[in-house]
Design a protein around this ligand. Sequence first.
Ligand code: FAD
Length: 559
Amino acid sequence: MSVSTTTSRRSFLKGATAGVAASALGMASVALADEAAGDPNAAPEAWDVETDVVVMGYGYAGQASAISAAVEGSKVQVFEKAPEEYAGGNSSVCCGYFNIVTGEGSVEYWKALADGGASDEECQAVAEATELMPEWFSENIINADITENDADRTSKKFNGVEYPNSNKYSMMINFDEAFDGQGGGQRTWNNIDAVIKDRYADSITLNYDSEVTHLIQDPATKEVLGVRVQQGDKEICVKAAKGVIMACGGFEANYEMVKDFVMPGFDQFHIGSPYNTGDGVRMLMEAGVKLRHMAATEYGAICHYDLSQEYQQAVCTYNSGDTTHTVFVNKHGKRFIGENSGMGWPAHDKRYPYPCFNQENPSLEKANYPFWMVFDETRRTAGTIFGWSNTKANEGWMSVHGPVQWSDDCTPEIEDGYVLKADSIEELGGLMGYEGDDLTAFVDEINAFNENGANGEDPEFGRSLSENDQKNGVTLGVTDGPFYAIKCGLCYLNTNGGGARNTDYQLVDWNDQPVARLYGAGEFGSIFYHYYSGGGNICECFTSGMKCGQNVSALEPWA
Ligand SMILES: Cc1cc2nc3c(=O)[nH]c(=O)nc-3n(C[C@H](O)[C@H](O)[C@H](O)COP(=O)(O)OP(=O)(O)OC[C@H]3O[C@@H](n4cnc5c(N)ncnc54)[C@H](O)[C@@H]3O)c2cc1C
């Protein structure tokens, strides 16, 4: 395997930046609408398409919303910004863990997860809806097999729920046992896509390359009447007689928003869909809808900083893998964490999770970010460094759609300059850009780590060797030249910010009044705020989609 270059990189970039190009088209649509009607939110003289329900986005939340509305007898138009081959958002590239929490204590559980970010009434409503969802799913989508706390099937590679004392259930979907080379999330999305195209073809129309750009509202009441959609260089106005469901995912791929809302200043990278550019957030602000949970981000793993900058996408992610013969150092050559500690953050934590950012002073200057992974020949030959984001896993956008794969021994990456190589630690430090005191600090740090490591100690960060390592003669220390370094960044899975919802999944204004005929599903305004129920995003997509489809379908058409 190697890091592909030339043609494949160019064509990948073309695909990946399509979202940006589409955004630019979206801006053009503002100009067009301004010209024609003076106000992009005003109703047109004539509608180009008329339907009962508009669904914006075709991830799991869009799929569930569309199916639910169709089951309730509505005609549905789904508008998906990406072309068909890239449709599905984060849902179609995620890991696919689908965990639900129900039963006694579940309301308390949701409250604890929300940690003040959702009202008690909303937690109650979410718990009630979650209770109903599995049966609804089995009846209307695909037969699902619900397993209580089956560690063997679900938690084997996954830490599971990250809040203590939870009563977790796992939902497995009875597809073919074989993954057909697809990751769990992709496979699930593809199978539901097939169900929609087969069973719901008469009621659900799927439109790709269709970017929803504006809500059309009654100017006085703000009731939502429809949407404007950009399809290439054509803009259409779509009447939604019953309502609009925003299931447009997060703003992961909008780095300006991420820097403004999540972690000021830092260049971090998203591992999901490049089409999730926060269009919905802009639309909410235009429509006067309240935002919530904008800082809630699920962090993922370490990635290759320079490659990720190059692709504007997390490339080659590393998920707390093998850290023997490896240390991480900051830009001043100092270690900042026990490298085998899972990087010191609870998975999926939302608030300033990383020692990398220097929790005491997360300024750009004081942060340990970006940082370097330094390793030796023993580690290089022990197996691939970046394990998650290769085609074997098929999770993450780059694995599913991109050309970059990491080799087993870094040979091509060294040749291409993505891994620095030197015969001595001092020479390596020079290649990494350390000078003066920083270079001295770096050399001293590695020497100290090696000296302590020879005695199996790490006084500063308490690293230790597993029994297995000891059996295999592994020692702490970066001792076996030549030496190597990779500049690392961090990637995140998804954001949870979006529209604030009430207990009926209606989006509300800044006075907590519902905006008529406007609903929100999925990670766009998710209940998840502080903590996250592992695998709970997918559960929420189907629960909220189910409720949105039912609630919007129950409305009388506005005309
Ligand atoms: C690598 C990875 C692994 C993950 N693993 C898990 C897991 O195992 N379990 C779990 O619960 N969660 C997981 N997550 C999180 C989970 O995948 C997401 O939270 C969930 O899929 C979000 O679904 P959604 O339908 O809300 O949004 P998405 O699936 O992102 O769909 C949003 C859709 O809206 C479209 N869109 C955006 N703007 C517009 C517009 N203007 N007009 C029209 N369409 C638009 C996008 O193109 C996209 O298709 C993972 C995420 C990633 C990235």
